[in-house]
Design a protein around this ligand. Structure first.
Ligand SMILES: Nc1nc2c(ncn2[C@@H]2O[C@H](COP(=O)(O)OP(=O)(O)OP(=O)(O)O)[C@@H](O)[C@H]2O)c(=O)[nH]1
Ligand SMILES: [Mg+2]
Length: 417
């Protein structure tokens, strides 16, 4: 395993130790073992080197002692800071943003995710581009000739343009995929089937919850998604149609998890993947209640939801891994549930909570639909919970449970009782 040293600057952040612990986990997710961690108490990073001179010396010593190859910093650094740190420690330097981008890049399996991650990486590089010749001229400053400087800038400009072209190309490819997705999403919107999205911190148990609900509601093995104890196991969005025993249907989606300081370029690139979340009627925020940092994770999740334009949606707080936390479960309080995604009665309670929320306005009516209006009967059979059908001389007499919206649509067939 690659050995890494992590380091960060501790100013007034109250959650610094949590951020550092998470940084070590991110390193692990990227196949690196954290052999030492350093922190420095200063108000703000040193402009040229991020850390102070003494701290850098300590790190260089530790690097030799542990035979480390990487130094990972807890913030996003400037190119100068990275270059100077590399020079002074003889380590390869990664900042938090690059580390997250690397993990995403290694985990991206679908074409869409791969395109999104590459766009995010290129966008991260773009403002940091400084061709090596341009940099050395900076340092020589006024002494360099105008001709030389011109050559450096041209090369830089060329690199910049190459990257911009590549981003444009990737965006076109992505658009083509998104178009397909748009069609699917449009037909979902029109189907009137309510949409629910699982959201939350990475590794909270979203995919496990989706799989649990699939198996509880009689879904098939092949509908199941990948779940694993690692950060960012899921990078794309899966949507599954689930049906209760009384024919009430909803769509449930599972998507990429969030993390602290999720790079903005990534959020941008993943916006289309996260469309399911934006368009959902109900969010289920899965929280790992056994993690001592669960509060910060909720804050991060809510902040990220705001950033992707999905704030202020109705939300069920689903406190998962209660078994691991040693808390009694399952229990429900309003729109909050404490449960374990691996336990059946928990999943039944969660399913009940979702159903109660989604179908609260549903009522049972009896309709008389003339045989000349057969399409209404077909729609009722597909979208509603039909309890009884009787074929009378005047038409089909149907008793069905329908949503408030459907009630308006079928009102003209109501049988006055
Ligand atoms: N003990 C315990 N472990 C759980 C529970 N729910 C999920 N896990 C474990 O937690 C790990 C992460 O679960 P996932 O469902 O992959 O988490 P996720 O939220 O989809 O994570 P990402 O896709 O990485 O964002 C897996 O190893 C699960 O087996 C639970 O109720 N109790
Ligand atoms: Mg997952």
């Amino acid at each position: 395993m690659t050995r890494a040293i992590i380091a960060g600057i501790e100013n007034q952040q109250k959650n610094f130790s949590y951020l550092m612990k998470e940084l070590a986990q991110l390193a692990e997710a990227n196949g690196m073992e954290t052999v030492a961690d350093f922190s420095q108490k200063i108000d703000k990073p040193i402009a040229a080197t991020y850390l102070g001179k003494g701290k850098i010396e300590e790190i260089a010593k530790a690097a030799q002692h542990y035979d480390a190859q990487y130094l990972i910093l807890n913030d996003e650094l400037s190119p100068t800071q990275i270059r100077n740190l590399e020079k002074e420690t003889a380590l390869s330097v990664l900042d938090r943003t690059e580390l997250i981008l690397e993990i995403f890049s290694n985990r991206a399996h679908t074409k869409e995710a791969q395109l999104q991650v590459e766009i995010a990486r290129l966008k991260y590089q773009l403002p940091r581009l400084r061709s090596s010749s341009a940099i050395s001229m900076d340092q020589q400053s006024a002494g360099s000739s105008a001709a030389n400087r011109g050559a450096g800038e041209t090369k830089l400009e060329l690199n910049r343009r190459t990257i911009q072209h590549r981003i444009a190309f990737l965006n076109r490819e992505l658009k083509a995929i998104e178009k397909e997705y748009d069609v699917k999403s449009k037909s979902r919107r029109e189907s009137e089937v309510p949409r629910v999205a699982l959201v939350g911190y990475t590794n909270a148990g979203k995919s496990t919850t989706l799989n649990g609900l699939i198996s509880l509601l009689g879904g098939e093995e092949k509908q199941m998604v990948f779940e694993k104890d690692m950060l960012f196991a899921t990078l794309d969005t899966s949507v599954r149609k689930l049906t209760f025993s009384d024919n009430k249907t909803f769509l449930l989606s599972d998507t990429v998890g969030f993390v602290n300081k999720l790079p903005h370029t990534l959020i941008e690139a993943f916006k289309s993947t996260l469309a399911e979340v934006r368009e959902a009627d109900l969010l289920i925020q899965v929280v790992d209640i056994s993690d001592e940092s669960s509060k910060e994770m909720i804050e991060t999740t809510n902040r990220t939801l705001e950033e992707i334009g999905a704030a202020n949606k109705p939300m069920i707080y689903a406190y998962n891994k209660a078994d691991k936390a040693g808390i009694d479960f399952p229990s429900i309080e309003g729109l909050q549930i404490t449960y374990s995604a691996k336990e059946k009665s928990s999943l039944q309670q969660l399913a009940g909570l979702i159903k109660g929320f989604l179908f609260k306005g549903y009522k049972t009516y009896t309709y008389l639909i003339p045989y000349t209006q057969g399409s209404y009967l077909e729609k009722l059979n597909v979208h509603a919970n039909v309890l009884a059908t009787d074929y009378t001389p005047d038409g089909s007499k149907v008793t069905a449970e329908v949503s408030p919206r459907q009630a308006g649509y079928y009102a003209k067939f109501l049988v006055k009782s």
